[in-house]
Structure formats: C-alpha cells, structure tokens
Design a protein around this ligand. Structure first.
Ligand SMILES: [Zn+2]
Length: 153
C-alpha cells in the first residue's frame, strides 16, 4: 500500500504495510531537523492558537506535523520503498489520484515498464489512463468492493 494520504485511515482499515509518501499527520518532526525519531502526538496540539507548538524532546525546537509540505522533498526511505514496490509488483491498482503530483505520479509508469498490469480506478481520465491496461470509471468506494467481489468469485 503506497499512499499520498497523510491520515491513518488505511491502518484503521486493517492495512499492515503502508508507505506514506507524503508523511503522517499523527506524527511530529523537529523544525530544526535534529533527526530525533518522529514522535506520536495528538493533532489537537497544533490547533490551539493560544499556545505555542509542542517542543522537540531532543533539542527543544518547535515540532511540526510529520508531513511533506509543498516544495519539500519526500523522505528518501519512503520513496525507495515505493520505487521497489512499483518495480516488483505484478499488478498495480492506482486509486483516486490525479496522477499530477510527482514523484508519486511516476510510480505507475515504473510498474508498467517492469511488466506489471496497471489498473486505474478514478471517476475521470487522468495522465495515468494512457498507460493503464484497464481504467475503471467511478468512485473507489463503489468500484473497489465490486473488484474484490469479482476477484474472490
Ligand atoms: Zn529536535
């Protein structure tokens, strides 16, 4: 499971191995990038405007959500995991993405170039539609259960 989502809905749905390409909202990291391990913290800690953000237990700098903001690089480790998965998979389901945000948008190309079948699920055509072996048009909440039922039959 490779996701651009920063929430923990995949984990709550039971996915055991999730690669969060754009980070995890439920974790924090240090503004000073002191490389202390990410820590778990309630997101509410950041929304109380009357208080300063929580501080890093390692160096005392402010903490921020452990997500990738616009203009920032993805975490190299997560990118390597995603690239390896794209190179090794037999089938890649590309679900509910515009296919416009790189480098994530290149993962279906990597899978296709390495012989995987690419199945796109999206209400509208995207750049991924050109390389997809199959494009299913509609909301993922409807199509994924149908696909699962078909695979199990
Ligand atoms: Zn720190």
């Amino acid at each position: 499971m490779i996701t651009q989502n920063v929430d923990d809905l995949h984990e709550r749905a039971g996915s055991a191995r999730v690669c969060h390409l754009h980070g995890r909202l439920m974790e924090t990291k240090c503004f000073a990038d002191c490389r202390g391990a990410p820590t778990l913290i309630a997101p509410e800690a950041f929304v109380n405007g009357a208080q300063p953000p929580p501080t890093c237990p390692y160096c005392g700098s402010w903490l921020r959500p452990n997500v990738v903001w616009f203009g920032e690089m993805l975490a190299l480790n997560d990118l390597i995991i995603a690239q390896d998965a794209a190179e090794e998979c037999d089938v890649m389901l590309v679900v509910g993405t515009s296919g416009l945000v790189f480098p994530a948008a290149n993962l279906p190309n990597t899978a296709a170039q390495n012989g995987a079948a690419v199945i796109e699920i999206n209400p509208e055509a995207t750049d991924i539609s050109r390389i997809a072996n199959v494009s299913l048009r509609g909301p993922s909440g409807t199509l994924l259960p149908m696909l699962l039922e078909w695979v199990r039959a």
